[in-house]
Design a binder for this molecule. Structure first.
Ligand SMILES: Nc1ncnc2c1ncn2[C@@H]1O[C@H](COP(=O)(O)OP(=O)(O)OP(=O)(O)O)[C@@H](O)[C@H]1O
Ligand SMILES: [Mg+2]
Length: 333
C-alpha cells in the first residue's frame, strides 16, 4: 500500500470528480448536499442528495454549495470535500493526501483562498490550485507547452469560460456565469410563459439533453411532458418539441458566443492566427448539446470540435498535473 496519495479534484457547479494518481477517476457525483435545517448536519452527499431534490420535508434542505463555478456555501463545501476524501481514502488514513483542485481562471484571491482552506480543513496534507482552462486543455490532449495559441472553451453547469493557452499558461480568458443550469432554467421559463406549464429542474435537464439543439432543427422531434398548470394548479400534460426548446435556448447560447468573441478580441493577433489554423476545442458537459460545435463554427468563423469525453477534460488534466507537479510547476498556485 502506498502511504501518500495524490488526488485531483474538479469541484464543479454540477458535478464533482476525484482523480487518484495511478488509478484515474475514482469518484463522480453531483455537487449536492442534503443538510438538516436546524443543526446544519450533513445527511446525504452526491447521488443520494440529488434523489432528494425537490422532495424534502421541511426540516431538510438540499444545497448546491457551488454557484457559477465558485464556492457559495463554505461550510457545506468543506463537509462535502471531507466526505469525498473519506470515500476515496477509506476509513483509517494517517497521512492526508496531496490534493490539486482546479479553479476558474477568473477567480478572486478570496475565492482561491476559500478553496485551499476548505481542502486543507477537509483533511488534505497539501493543497494546490490549477487554472481550469489549462487543466481542460491538458485533459483534451492539447500540446499546451508549445509556443502556439490554442483556444479552449469549457462550458459546465454554472459557467462558460473561454481561454487562450500558449507556452504552458493562460494568455487571455473571459467567462460568463452561464452554463447548463441556465439552459435548464430557460426551458422552464419558456414553457411557463408560453404554455402555462410548470416543470422541475430535472425535467428541464431531461428535455435539454433529449430535444435540445443549438441550431434551428430541420426535423420535428417531440416528447411528452408532465407538469403542472400555472393557472389552475392541476397536473398538465403536454407535447414539447425541439423547435420550442431551440427557441428557449438560443438567447442563452448567444451569451456564450459573445464570451468567445470577446476573448478573441483581446488575444494577440499572432495567437489568433494559430487558433484559426488549429480550431477551437470544446470541453465541459454542456458542449454535448446537439450541434453546439456547429453553432460555434458558424458564429465565430473558426472550426470548433468537441474534445473526447468533454465532461472529463478538466479532471483528466488536473490528474495529469498532480502526477507531474514538476512539469506544471509554473502553472500551479
Ligand atoms: N447531452 C447533453 N446535452 C446538453 N447538456 C448536457 C448534456 N450532458 C450533460 N449536460 C450538461 O452539462 C452540465 C454539467 O457539465 P459539467 O459536469 O462539465 O459541469 P461542472 O463542471 O459541474 O460545472 P462548472 O464547470 O460550470 O462549475 C449540466 O448542466 C448538464 O445538464
Ligand atoms: Mg467544470
Amino acid at each position: 500500500m502506498k502511504l501518500l496519495k495524490k488526488l485531483g479534484i474538479d469541484l464543479g457547479t454540477a458535478n464533482s470528480i476525484v482523480w487518484e494518481s495511478g488509478k484515474g477517476i475514482v469518484l463522480n457525483e453531483p455537487t449536492i448536499v442534503a443538510v438538516g435545517i436546524e443543526d446544519r448536519k450533513v445527511l446525504a452527499v452526491g447521488n443520494e442528495a440529488k434523489k432528494m431534490l425537490g422532495k424534502t420535508p421541511e426540516y431538510i434542505e438540499v444545497v448546491c454549495p457551488l454557484e457559477d463555478g465558485v464556492i457559495a456555501d463554505y461550510e457545506v463545501t468543506e463537509a462535502m470535500l471531507r466526505y469525498f476524501l473519506r470515500q476515496v481514502m477509506g476509513n483509517n488514513w494517517f497521512i492526508g493526501p496531496e490534493v490539486m483542485v482546479c479553479v476558474p481562471a477568473g477567480v478572486t484571491q478570496v475565492e482561491q483562498r476559500a478553496v485551499l482552506d476548505a481542502t486543507l480543513s477537509a483533511g488534505a496534507r497539501k493543497a494546490y490550485l490549477i487554472d481550469e482552462p489549462l487543466a481542460a486543455a491538458i485533459g483534451a490532449k492539447i500540446p499546451v507547452s508549445e509556443p502556439f495559441g490554442n483556444m479552449i472553451v469549457d462550458i459546465g453547469g454554472g459557467a462558460a469560460e473561454a481561454a487562450v493557452i500558449a507556452l504552458g499558461g493562460v494568455v487571455t480568458h473571459k467567462s460568463v456565469k452561464v452554463g447548463g443550469q441556465k439552459l435548464d432554467r430557460a426551458i422552464m421559463d419558456f414553457l411557463k410563459k408560453k404554455y402555462n406549464l410548470i416543470i422541475g429542474e430535472q425535467t428541464a435537464e431531461l428535455i435539454k439533453t433529449k430535444l435540445g439543439t443549438a441550431i434551428k432543427p430541420k426535423k420535428v422531434e417531440t416528447m411528452e411532458i408532465n407538469g403542472r398548470d400555472s393557472i389552475y394548479g392541476l397536473p398538465k400534460n403536454m407535447l414539447v418539441d425541439n423547435e420550442m426548446v431551440y427557441e428557449a435556448l438560443a438567447p442563452i447560447l448567444e451569451m456564450i458566443m459573445t464570451v468567445i468573441r470577446d476573448t478573441l478580441e483581446i488575444t494577440p493577433p499572432e495567437l489568433v492566427s494559430d487558433i484559426v489554423d488549429r480550431g477551437i476545442v470544446l470541453s465541459g458537459g454542456t458542449v454535448q448539446l446537439k450541434n453546439f460545435n456547429a453553432l460555434v463554427t458558424r458564429e465565430i468563423g473558426v472550426s470548433a470540435h468537441v474534445a473526447l469525453e468533454p465532461q472529463f477534460c478538466v479532471i483528466k488534466g488536473t490528474g495529469v498535473a498532480v502526477e507531474n507537479l514538476e512539469i506544471y510547476r509554473r502553472a500551479i498556485r
